[in-house]
Design a binder for this molecule. Sequence first.
Ligand code: PRP
Length: 205
Amino acid sequence: MLTVALPKGRIAEQTLEIFETIFGDEFKFESRKLILDMGAFRFLLVRNQDVPTYVAHQAADIGVVGLDVIEEQGLDIIRLLDLGIGKCKVAVGIREDDELDWSKPQMKVASKMVNITRNYFSKKAMGVEVIKLYGSIELAPLVGLADAIVDIVETGTTMKENGLKVAETIMESSAHLIANKHSFLAKKSEIMELYTQMEKVVRGS
Ligand code: PRP
C-alpha cells in the first residue's frame, strides 16, 4: 500500500482527478475526514506546508506539494514529477510608487517564506531583516511594517488590489510529486508504476 499526503484544497482535488483518470473510480474524501482508503492507496489530507514533513518522516510514502514549499523547507525528500498544476510564482512585491533600492544597506522584508527570502537577498548581497508573517502579507508595505514582501503570486490580483507590484520574480512554482527516500527504495515498483501512470495523464493534459 502507498500512503499519499495531499495538500487540502484545489491541489488535492486536482490530484484526485488524476487518480480518477488513471483508475476510472471515484476518489473523494467524505466531508471532514482526513483519511481516504482506496484500493492500494491511503490518502492523507494535510496542510500544504506540512506535506514535506509527513513525507520526510515517512508517515506518507509520497506526497504532492508546490515547489515553493519544497524549496522553503529544504527537507530530505525525492522530487519525482512536475504535475503542472497549482502554478504560481514567488515574487518580491513593493508599493506601486516605489522602486527596489539595491544600494540601501538593509531592507525590511515581510514573508511567510523566511528561508527563500533570506537566500534570495543574501545572493544579492543585500542585508535583510525578515519579518515573519502568517498571512495578509500584502498589508505590510502599506502600513510601514516592511519595505517589501516575498509572497506567492498566482493571478496577481491580491497585489494589484492592494497597490503593490512585482519587483522581481524569485522562482516559478507548480505542484510536484515527491517521495520519501526509504519508501522509494522499499516500494520502488509501486511508486514507479504510479509515476508512469501519472506522467501519462499529466502529459496528455
Ligand atoms: C496566496 C498569497 C497571496 C495570494 C496571491 O495566499 O499569499 O495572498 O495567494 O494570489 P493572487 O495573485 O491570485 O491574488 P493563499 O490564498 O494561498 O493563502 P495563504 O495565505 O493561506 O497561503
